[in-house]
Design a protein around this ligand. Structure first.
Ligand SMILES: [Zn+2]
Length: 315
């Protein structure tokens, strides 16, 4: 089955060449006519635009849905919100896309991007996630990592430039691995992190270390988190997870023949982990003993791939 990856299947033109020339903040604040942004996009990307849409994000992967539950707002409909930053996201057809980070004190009407996704298509989902990641990156990038001076936002929100040494910083992404671990009966391992709500369980995952290959990270994380040795490591799919800045590289792996298939957790980061057959997993979900990963996560997509179709909570 094809993996449904909501945050990796959007389609729009990011118009990267226009970023240095677009002044999205001026358009949002009304000091520049939207026509200027349309002309800039045409000049630098060759795309004729005559409409705009805005995406409103706040802290902690939240966004403000429109009155139909979708993600796009008209520029004129955002005047009740306090704007913190504006991003130029590109063009979808003839529509210029702007991301708006709302001031943290202005929280009315927010929804959680990771849970409420019913009326948002894959393109808008990915654009919202991009906005959320950019917002978080800016919030943590006020000072230069080289000289310590203040930095300022530039290139439509896709750069920060140091006011002291002129160094340019770009949005960062941290690669992580997530692994579907199987035993020789094709059971799947899911684990519970001590910080998660009680029955929520997902796949083993972790950040890659400096100088490490993803396959090595799969072996290291599996051994660290559940005490199992794995081989037959194969790449499955990837998905950005900009909450705040991860790229998830999805792998499957099998427990090494002749080694233990009893997971051993540290009791601190993970408090339980176990292998499930498909029948056991279905039964555990229906009994409320296990909650599957969230709807837009690659973890859910990988669990579905193993399960062979929609999970019991989607049926
Ligand atoms: Zn500097």
């Amino acid at each position: 089955m094809t993996l449904l990856l909501p945050l990796s299947s959007g389609q729009w033109n990011p118009c990267t060449y226009a970023r240095p020339f677009v002044q999205p903040r001026a358009v949002v604040e009304g000091t520049q006519d939207p026509q200027t942004i349309f002309d800039t996009v045409l000049e630098h990307c060759g795309v004729k635009a005559d409409k705009n849409a805005t995406f409103l994000v706040g802290e902690r992967h939240r966004y403000i849905p429109n009155s139909e539950g979708g993600a796009r707002h008209k520029l004129g409909a955002i005047e009740n919100h306090r704007v913190k930053r504006v991003f130029f996201l590109g063009v979808d057809g003839s529509t210029v896309l702007l991301g708006i980070q709302i001031h943290p004190n202005d929280t009315e009407g927010y929804a959680d991007l990771r849970r409420t996704v019913n009326h948002v298509d894959a393109t808008d989902m990915q654009l919202l996630a991009t906005c959320a990641g950019l917002a978080s990156w800016h919030d943590n990038g006020a000072f230069c990592a080289r000289c310590g001076a203040r930095t300022q936002y530039s290139a439509g929100g896709w750069e920060r430039q140091c006011l002291g040494c002129a160094r340019i910083e770009y949005p960062r992404t941290d690669p992580s691995v997530i692994v579907a671990i199987h035993d020789d009966e094709d059971r799947l391992l899911v684990a519970h992190n001590a910080m998660w709500r009680p029955h929520y369980a997902s796949l083993v995952a972790g950040f890659m270390e400096m100088g490490e290959a993803p396959e090595q990270a799969v072996q290291r994380e599996t051994l660290e988190e559940v005490g199992l040795e794995v081989d037959r490591i194969e790449y499955v799919a990837s998905q950005a997870w900009p909450f705040p800045r991860s790229l998830m590289l999805g792998y499957q792996a099998r427990v090494v023949d002749g080694t233990s298939v009893e997971p051993v957790v540290d009791g601190v980061e993970l408090d339980w982990a176990r292998f499930y057959s498909r029948a056991e997993y279905e039964q555990a979900m229906r009994a409320g003993e296990v909650e599957a990963p969230g709807p837009i996560s690659i973890a859910r997509a990988m669990v579905r791939r193993w399960y062979g179709g929609p999970l019991p909570d989607e049926q």
